[in-house]
Design a protein around this ligand. Structure first.
Ligand SMILES: O=c1ccn([C@@H]2O[C@H](COP(=O)(O)O)[C@@H](O)[C@H]2O)c(=O)[nH]1
Length: 471
C-alpha cells in the first residue's frame, strides 16, 4: 500500500469528501458514513495525489488499451489518469444524444479494445455495470475496474460474477482505521460503521440481472429454455445437437445448384438462407426436395426477404405470389423502418413463424444509426413470441438470452467484395461482435469444395463460441 494513502484519507475527511453522521442513501436507507468524492475537483492537490495512487494501482493490470470513467464523479479522475499514463480515454454518455452522431461512447476505440473502468466509490457495483454494458454493446471488452474506495457492501462479489475484477485502493474498514489513528473519528463511530457494514450488504438479486443473463456467457442449451419464439427455441436445440452456428447463404441462381449445395453443406449448418427471387428457373416443385433435405439434415429454411413495406403489402408478399414464403420458410428477415405493421402482418399470417429483425447491416455506408438500432431493439421487445433474433454487427441485447444474434458479412479471407459488403472473420464476429449465428455465403458457395469448407467454418465458429463461454 503506498505510504501516503493514510494522509490522503485524512485530507479527504478534512474537505468533507468523507462524512460521518446520519445520511439517507439513494435508495432511502440510512448510513452512518457518506462519501462525496465530487468535491475533490476543487482541490487540485488531492486530485494529483489520487491520480498518483490510481496510476500505481493500474501498473499491476495488464493489457489496457483505453480507460473509461463511470459518469460523472469519476470522469475528471479518469481524465487525470489518462493524461498521466498516456492511455487514451473514452467517455460514456448516460443518454445517447439525439443529434449528430448519436453515440453512447465518445472517443476513438477499436472493436475488442480492452477498457479499464475508473470509479470513485463502489457499493453494489451497479454503476460500473451500467457503464460496462454500454461499453460491451459498443464492442469494447471490460474485465478490470480501478476504484478508490470499496465500501465492502457486496459490490466486489457482484462485479466478479459479472466478469469484472475490482482493484480498490482502499476498503471502508481501512479508511475508518486510518481516520481513527489520526483522531478524526472516535471509537463509537468505528463501531457504528462496522455494525452498519455487517447489516447493509446489497442483495445481488435485486440488482441488474447481469451475470446469469448475459447471453454471451450462457450456453445455447440453457438459452433454449428462455426463448419465447418457437423458432428460436428450435434453433438453439439444433445448434446444440449439431454443434453448429453456421447459417449458409445460398445466393445461387439455379435450383439444382441450390439443392446440391443444401445436400453438401446440410450436415454442418443450422440455417439455410435463400433469396428465393434470384432463382432463374424457380418452380414451386423445387421447394419439396429442399424441405426434404432440410428435414434429413436437421436445419431450418430461412428466406432473407427483408420485408419493409406497409403491413398489408407484407402480408401479401409473405403468403401469396409465386413464392408463398410463409408456406415453407421457418424464419424470415424484416426491416423495422415501417414499424409495427410489418411484424403484425407476419404474426397474423404465419403460425409459429420467426423473424430476424434488422438492427444493423454489414454494408459499407449504411444509413442505419445508433438511434435506429435502439428503436429496432425496442420494437423487437414488443413481439417476444415472434422475434427469433436480431441481425446486427455488434453485441446488442446482452440481457435477452432468448434472442439470437445473426451476423452476416463473414469470411475467412476477404475484407470486402467491391460492392459494399464488409467481412469479418468467424472468430471476430463471435468473440468480439457477439454473433450467435454467423452467415457465410460466397465464402462457402464459391469455394472449390463447399462441403469441406462448410465443415471448416462450422468448426471454427463452434470453437469461438466455446472460447467465448470461458472468457
Ligand atoms: O447486413 C446484412 C444483411 C444480410 N446480408 C445477407 O447475407 C449474405 C451474405 O453473403 P456473402 O456472400 O457472405 O457476402 C447475403 O445473402 C446478404 O444478402 C448481408 O450480407 N448483410
Amino acid at each position: 500500500m503506498p505510504a501516503d494513502i493514510k494522509s490522503f484519507c485524512v485530507e479527504l475527511f478534512k474537505v468533507n469528501a468523507i462524512k460521518f453522521g446520519e445520511f439517507k442513501t439513494k435508495v432511502g436507507l440510512m448510513t452512518p458514513v457518506y462519501c462525496d468524492l465530487r468535491v475533490i475537483v476543487s482541490y487540485p492537490k488531492l486530485m494529483e495525489t489520487l491520480t498518483g495512487l490510481l496510476v500505481e494501482q493500474l501498473t499491476r493490470i495488464k493489457n489496457i488499451d483505453i480507460l473509461c470513467g463511470v459518469p460523472y464523479t469519476a470522469l475528471p479522475i479518469a481524465t487525470c489518469v489518462s493524461m498521466s499514463t498516456s492511455i487514451p480515454m473514452v467517455m460514456r454518455r448516460k443518454e445517447a444524444k439525439d443529434y449528430g452522431t448519436k453515440k453512447l461512447i465518445e472517443g476513438v476505440f477499436k472493436l475488442g479494445d480492452k477498457c479499464l473502468i475508473v470509479e470513485d466509490v463502489v457499493t453494489s457495483g451497479s454503476s460500473i455495470l451500467e457503464t460496462v454494458n454500454d461499453l460491451k454493446a459498443a464492442g469494447i471488452a471490460c474485465e478490470n475496474a480501478v476504484v478508490l474506495l470499496n465500501r465492502e457492501q457486496g459490490g466486489e462479489g457482484i462485479l466478479k460474477k459479472n466478469g469484472i475484477k475490482m482493484h480498490a485502493l482502499l476498503t471502508m474498514t481501512e479508511l475508518i482505521g486510518y481516520l481513527r489513528e489520526a483522531d478524526c473519528i472516535d471509537d463509537s463511530v468505528v463501531v457504528k460503521v462496522k455494525a452498519y457494514l455487517k447489516e447493509a450488504q446489497v442483495d445481488a438479486s435485486v440488482l441488474l440481472k447481469t451475470p446469469s443473463e448475459d447471453r454471451l456467457k450462457l450456453s445455447f442449451a440453457s438459452r433454449a429454455k428462455v426463448a419465447k419464439n418457437p423458432v428460436a427455441e428450435e434453433l438453439f436445440r439444433i445448434m446444440t445437437t449439431k454443434q453448429t452456428t453456421l447459417c449458409l447463404a445460398a445466393d445461387l441462381t439455379s435450383s439444382t445448384d441450390i439443392l446440391n449445395l443444401a445436400e453438401q453443406a446440410g450436415p454442418h449448418i443450422c440455417l439455410f438462407k435463400t433469396h428465393i427471387d434470384i432463382i432463374e428457373d424457380f418452380h414451386p416443385n423445387f421447394l419439396k426436395p429442399l424441405q426434404e433435405i432440410a428435414e434429413r439434415h436437421n436445419f431450418l429454411l430461412f428466406e432473407d426477404r427483408k420485408f419493409a413495406d406497409i403491413g398489408k403489402t407484407v402480408e401479401l408478399q409473405y403468403r401469396k405470389g409465386v413464392y408463398k414464403i410463409s408456406s415453407w420458410a421457418k424464419v424470415v428477415t424484416a426491416h423495422s423502418i415501417t414499424g409495427k405493421g410489418v411484424l403484425d402482418a407476419i404474426k397474423a399470417s404465419g403460425e409459429g413463424a420467426g423473424v430476424f429483425l434488422l438492427a444493423e447491416t454489414s454494408a459499407a455506408g449504411s444509413l442505419i444509426d445508433e438511434k435506429y438500432t435502439k428503436a429496432t431493439l425496442k420494437l423487437a421487445e414488443q413481439y417476444p413470441d415472434l422475434i427469433t433474433g436480431i441481425v446486427c454487427q455488434s453485441p446488442l441485447f446482452l440481457q435477452n438470452p432468448g434472442l439470437l444474434q445473426l451476423t452476416p458479412g463473414v469470411q475467412l479471407d476477404a475484407k470486402s467484395d467491391g460492392l459494399g459488403q464488409q467481412y469479418n472473420t468467424p472468430d471476430n464476429v463471435v468473440r468480439d461482435r457477439g454473433a450467435d449465428i454467423a452467415v457465410v455465403g460466397r465464402g462457402i458457395s464459391k469455394a472449390k469444395e463447399p462441403e469441406i469448407t462448410a465443415e471448416k467454418y462450422k468448426s471454427i465458429l463452434w470453437d469461438a463460441y466455446s472460447k467465448r463461454l470461458q472468457e
